[in-house]
Design a protein around this ligand. Sequence first.
Ligand SMILES: [Zn+2]
Ligand SMILES: [Zn+2]
Length: 275
Amino acid sequence: MLMNLHTHTHHSPDADDTVAERIAEANRLGLRFMAVTDHVEINRFYPAEYYGETESEEYFYDGGGVFERSAAEVCALQQESGNVRLLCGAEIGQIPQDPERSAQIFNDPRTDIVIGSVHELPGRPDFYFLHYDEEDIPALVTAYFEEVCRLAQTDCWDVLGHLTYGLRYLPNRRAYDLTPHLELIDRILRTVIAKDKAIELNGSGLRKPQPYIDPDLTLVRRYYELGGRNLTISTDAHNTKYLGYGLYLLEDMARTAGFTELTWFEKHQMQKVKL
Ligand SMILES: [Zn+2]
Ligand SMILES: [Zn+2]
């Protein structure tokens, strides 16, 4: 197994296990590259009290603190990670809502890799918490891709996270027709390519009863067809037992789409490894 460049540890409010536990499992699996990318929801960079709010399950606060604790644990173990190359990273949510604080995380000298993600539309909770029976779904999905488009135009990220996250919790996700959104998706992919950044094949959906890959093969092929060659692979594991789940399948899918190498990052410098 080559890589898993998107993982969450106990520093993320919704994930378990220490970095040391991940390193042990990564070595057992024979992973060559692993990035720890705990959640930094940049629109809630400070603890809840700063905003006059209380902690809740719906909103992750203190992104700045999460990054500090996560980076400290990763950096303390980077020299003792065995055969796996341990990368220090962050998954920054909602970068367009605070590009300056995003730059602070991106430019931290410890950071190897930043995943840029859209988990929320401005003023709304994470897609996980929406009530889909009350939503105009095509309009919601359009708003999602428009927000990803805004994210793609910013600079402080290396990998565009789970391109189709806005669909993840739709009642019938696999049947949803993306055709009306393809023009907008093309615009996102062309921006990623023009900026020489990367997209990821995120396998977290493989753990669902109706499995899917985010993005699916059609969109990965489209990225390749447009000239995109920078692809990472991840399981978005929130628990050590899923660290390697589906990685072989994701590697096969990357080959099927035409890729002969995968991408990883050392202090934001793009590196390649043969697939
Ligand atoms: Zn995410
Ligand atoms: Zn994630």
